[in-house]
Structures are given as structure tokens and as C-alpha cells.
Write a protein that binds this ligand. Sequence first.
Ligand code: ZN
Ligand code: ZN
Length: 411
Amino acid sequence: MDLAKLFSTLSLAGEDIPPRSTTRPAGKPKFVKFLPGDNGEGMPETFFEDPRTFNPKPGPHGQIQTWGIFPVCALPTNPSESVTLTFDGIQMMYRTVSLWHTNSQYDNRGGKPWPEKQFMDVLKDRKREQLSKLDLAGLDKKDIVIKIRLKVRNLHCYTFTDLRDGAVFGPEVGYDYLPDDKYMLAHLFSEVGDTFGHLYDYGDKWYHEIEIEKIFLLEESYGRVQILDGKGMCPGENMRGSYRYQDFLKAYDTDSYTEQVKKRREILDCPNYKGFGKPPSLFDIDAFDIDQANERLVAALSSPNSVRAGMKAFTMPINPSAQDSRIGKLKKGQSIQREWDYESHGYWQETTSSTKDKRSQSACAACGKPGGQDLKTCSGCRAILYCSAEHQKVHWKDVHKKQCSRKYLEK
Ligand SMILES: [Zn+2]
Ligand SMILES: [Zn+2]
């Protein structure tokens, strides 16, 4: 098989595909084991080290990302620079594809795992051990002021990164994430000034840095989740990531009126603005409406957790039989929401659940206070929880009256 040709066929923009490199790191790996036929060609040199003593490496700008193995996603010091990629993803793809055609049949699900996974498993065990011994000193109960920017949920993959060692938390899809539903944000920092990373969407790459600005004493903490301030409208979902969007905004300031309207239209055409419902002339890129932001936060808090296996996706069916591929695998209480977009010849589909979230993963629908066993269930729908009778009353009047129904009742 002509791999170079394969990759150029797969490449999206016709960018130059580097040739396959036949070099491999010198020497023998200190820990990982290869199957016959594999000599580590195309594997990053880090995997030749010993994961039991491995020290994560900071990227070019001092932050530790992706377990300190691939210092990818290094943030440029000057926003006009592009993101520095210091590992060679193409060589790793050559490696994966060329090994499909040899006797080296690695199998991460029950067989002999890939050397990369052998290495990661040790790093993950080390981190798990460290996390299990961690004294959070009430950090999970204290109110924290953070600087953050978040976007629509459950449409793309996401991760959280502990920038102290590059440990990555996320939905357990790859072999290098710790499951994020088993840990709390409090596991990612210890004091004011600490930052951790949030990456949303592996295609476009929206980077967020979340900085701890203030930690309240336990006695002063009351657990409410609230937006204190913000700036500007959310970028459009498909606008190719943080850095391109920054350039987009910079140009916007000096654009002609016609150009600005064109740009506003581009944002409003994105999926997360589907419900905006106003013409581009009424869209102000710089506006921030704190009340509206908090309203959306409350709506998110009182909605059930996303169903991981049913993330929101857009489908353009080629033939009608393609439409029902996922029906039949639903769990109790789950249903498929589908919304046709006739203009785009396809539909949005998401699996949602009407069953109550696990107590360990739920919060007061009114204020967002995580309460575990202390939360009381709404007796109408039994789907949402409250921290107090007072919050239930307020939430009923403002929001829940229209949602609550016995039809959601779980039997
Ligand atoms: Zn509450
Ligand atoms: Zn209810």
C-alpha cells in the first residue's frame, strides 16, 4: 500500500504530506515491549523512557500538557503566532497504519496493548495513586471564584488538563484519559493563582485556561454556582478554534460595515446560534448580558447530565436506512431527540435521558450546590434535586412549573 498516497487522499486541505520517516529512537526501550516486526519506528522518543520514573516535560511555554509526553497545544506567547506542534502526528499515523499490515497485532482491548498504551497505563496508575492520597482540605466544599469561558456542551469531545503534570481527564474514549466523572475540579488545583486547562473540540480546538482567583473559607461558602462577569458573545461553534477566532475579532474592529455584517452572519450560521432568532444587525459581538448568561447557567444546572454515548451530531443521511442506526441500544429513560434542518439536508440528533442523575454527579437545580445525599428530589417528576425547600419554591415559580410532569416519572 502506498501510505503517502493514502494520507494525501485523506488530507483535507491538500497540505503537503511529509514522507514517512524510517528513523527510530536509538537504543532499547526501558519499559515497553514490542511485538516482533515492530521496532518503534514512528513512535515518539518519550515512550522509550521508563514510565515508573518519567518526569513530565513542559512544552515550549512552560506548561505541561498531555501528560508531558507530547508538548502539543503549546500556547504561543504572542497571539499572532500559531500553535506550536512539537510532535509529529503524521509519523504516528504511518506507524499505526503500517503495523496493521504486519504480524504485530497489538490490541488495546484485551490483547497485547500497544507500547504507547503500556506506557500510559503506568502513568495513569501513578496519577490515580497520587489522587487517592490527595487531601483536598475542603477545596471541594469551598466557594471558588474562577476565570473561565465555557461553550455549548455535548457536541464535541473535551478534556481537562492538570497543568502541574499534564494529566488529562475526560470521557473515557482514548487510552490516555482518566475518567473525569470520578474526579472533581478541586483535584486540578490547590491555591489561588493555579490554572488548569480545558480543551473543547478536538477538531477546532478551543482552549480555555481556568484560573483560580479567590478561594473562600469553608464558613463563608454556600455552594451557589453563579456567573459574576463576562466579556463578549460566545464564538460560533465551527469557527476553527481560539487562535483563528482571535484573528477574526482583530480584523473585525477595522472591517467595513458590510464586512462586519458578513462576519456576524458567519457566527449566527453556527449550530450554537441556531436559536438566536434575530437578524445579524441585532447581533453585537462585544455584548455580554449577565442575566441571560445566568439564566442559561440555571437551565444547564437543572437539565440531566449528557448521555456520553449519544453526543449531539449532525447527520446527512444518504439513504433512509442510515437514519436509525443507533436506535435499539438505548438504556432505560433514554430517548433520541432529532431535529431536521431541511436547509442543510440533514438532522441534528442527540440522545438524552430523563432518569435522575447519580447523586454523586448531581447538584441543586436552582443554585448548583453539589449536595450528594443531602439533596431532596422533586416529588413531581423525581428527576431533579434541590438543596432546600426555599430553592425549590423559587425554581418552581421561575422555571420548573413548565417542565415538571409525571410523564417523566421513572418506574
Ligand atoms: Zn440550592
Ligand atoms: Zn419536577
